[in-house]
Design a protein around this ligand. Structure first.
Ligand SMILES: Cc1cc2nc3c(=O)[nH]c(=O)nc-3n(C[C@H](O)[C@H](O)[C@H](O)COP(=O)(O)O)c2cc1C
Length: 196
C-alpha cells in the first residue's frame, strides 16, 4: 500500500545533489538480479496517462554487449566511410563501458484516439529518469544516453523495434569510483513565472 505523503528530508538531499556519471567511468559489478528487478519495477512506476504502459525494456548484459557492439562498429563504418579503424573499434566497444545497459523503448499505442503520442513519449522519458534514480539510490552510477545509435535503423532493427517504436534512451549502469563533479544548473527565477 502506498504510504501517505510525508516529509522525507533524506530523499530531498539525495535528489538535490544527485548526478549522472559518465558511462566511460563505469565498471563491474552492476546490479544483481534482485536489484535489477527493483530498478526495472521502479522504472515502470511512472505517471502514464490511461495506464497504457507505452514502453518496454531490453536489458543488455554480458556477451550480448559484444554481439550488438559488432553491429555498432559495422553501422558506424557504413555511415562514415572514411572512419579510421581505431574509431570503428571504439564504437564496437561502446556497450562494454558498463556492465548493464537498459534500453527503454517508447512503444505508443492507440495514438489516433486516446492519449496523444506526445504524452506517451513523455512517459517513456519519465521511465528513463526513474531507472537512473533507482540505480543511483542503490549507489550505482547511471547515465541516460542516446548517442547516434538510438537513431540508427539497422541497430533498431537488430533490437527488434516495431513501427512507431523509438529508443527513448540507453540507461548505462555500473559501479563508479569517482564522485561526479557539479555542473551548471538553470537559474530557477529565469525559467519560472509565478502567477498568484
Ligand atoms: C534524452 C537524452 C539523451 C541524452 N543523450 C546523451 C548523449 O547521447 N550523450 C551525452 O553525453 N549525454 C546525453 N544526455 C545527457 C546525459 O544524460 C547527462 O549525463 C546528463 O544530462 C547529466 O545530468 P545530471 O548529472 O543532472 O543527471 C542525454 C540526456 C537525455 C535526457
Amino acid at each position: 500500500m502506498p504510504s501517505l505523503p510525508q516529509n522525507r528530508p533524506e530523499i530531498i538531499d539525495f535528489l538535490a545533489d544527485r548526478r549522472s556519471s559518465p558511462a566511460r567511468l563505469m565498471r563491474a559489478p552492476g546490479p544483481n538480479a534482485e536489484q535489477l528487478e527493483t530498478i526495472l519495477t521502479i522504472g515502470a512506476r511512472v505517471p502514464d496517462h490511461r495506464k497504457l504502459a507505452p514502453w518496454r525494456f531490453i536489458v543488455i548484459q554480458g556477451e550480448a554487449r559484444t554481439g550488438l557492439g559488432r553491429v555498432l562498429g559495422e553501422e558506424f563504418g557504413r555511415e562514415n566511410p572514411d572512419t579510421p579503424q581505431d574509431r570503428i573499434e571504439f564504437e564496437t566497444e561502446r556497450l562494454l563501458r558498463a556492465p548493464l545497459v537498459i534500453v527503454v523503448i517508447s512503444s505508443p499505442v492507440n495514438c489516433q484516439r486516446g492519449t496523444p503520442k506526445w504524452e506517451q513519449e513523455l512517459s517513456a522519458g519519465a521511465v528513463c529518469f526513474n531507472l537512473c534514480l533507482a540505480a543511483q539510490a542503490y549507489g550505482f552510477g547511471a547515465q541516460w544516453l542516446t548517442e547516434w545509435y538510438a537513431y540508427n535503423a539497422a541497430f533498431c532493427n537488430k533490437l527488434g523495434l516495431k513501427k512507431d517504436e523509438k529508443i527513448a534512451g540507453f540507461i548505462y549502469i555500473g559501479r563508479v569510483d569517482e564522485k561526479p563533479g557539479s555542473r551548471t544548473r538553470p537559474n530557477i527565477p529565469e525559467i519560472t513565472e509565478h502567477l498568484s
